[in-house]
Design a protein around this ligand. Structure first.
Ligand code: HEC
Length: 153
């Protein structure tokens, strides 16, 4: 197994863990609920891409393009989902979001851009390795934003 494939495998575990962590949040309302749903869709899109079966290249491309297109839409909407001081119920958001709003929106924009690049790249990709760079760039934005702007578990 190549190191690259191992890296993909490891990243996928992280995303599944993220998605599983989401299940605990019942009782969220309003914008908090809306953004939790959005983050869940984002995680589902990541999983959908990671699980694409590249033995059928056209199908894998389509799967990646579909999921990445969906993810890009959600990424473009992240900042709207965090209006000032919107922490209530089971929210794991932290006030740093509104103390360093430029950094927060910069990471959201990096996610959107990496996803847009992935859509373009996937159109000519022949294997998982061909989308590896964008895929990792996307994963890096999830990690960076959660590290700085989400409650530590
Ligand atoms: C710009 C910042 C930012 C980016 C980028 C980001 N997230 Fe999040 N994410 C958050 C914050 C903040 C929360 C906590 C929201 C809350 O609980 O109110 C969160 C929560 C989540 C949750 C938990 C949702 C729930 O039901 O509580 C999941 C799953 C998640 N993110 C997945 C991802 C994945 C996967 C990516 C990358 C593809 C990603 N996020 C990118 C900021 C971000």
């Amino acid at each position: 197994m190549s190191t690259r494939i191992q890296i993909l495998g490891l990243c996928l575990c992280g995303w599944i863990a993220l998605a599983a962590g989401a299940i605990a949040h019942t009782g969220a309302t309003g914008i908090v609920k809306e953004r939790m749903e959005a983050m869940k869709s984002i995680a589902a899109a990541m999983k959908g891409m990671a699980n694409a079966d590249w033995s059928d290249v056209p199908a894998a491309r389509n799967r990646v393009i579909e999921n990445a297109t969906d993810l890009e839409k959600h990424a473009a909407d992240i900042v709207r989902l965090f209006p000032a001081d919107s922490i209530h119920g089971p929210s794991e958001a932290i006030p740093t979001i509104w103390e360093r709003p430029d950094e927060f929106s910069k990471i959201a924009e990096e996610l959107r851009q990496a996803t847009a690049e992935l859509v373009v790249n996937a159109k000519s990709a022949a294997s998982k390795e061909d989308i590896q760079t964008q895929f990792e760039a996307i994963g890096a934005t999830c990690k960076a934003c959660h590290r700085d702007f989400r409650k530590k578990k």
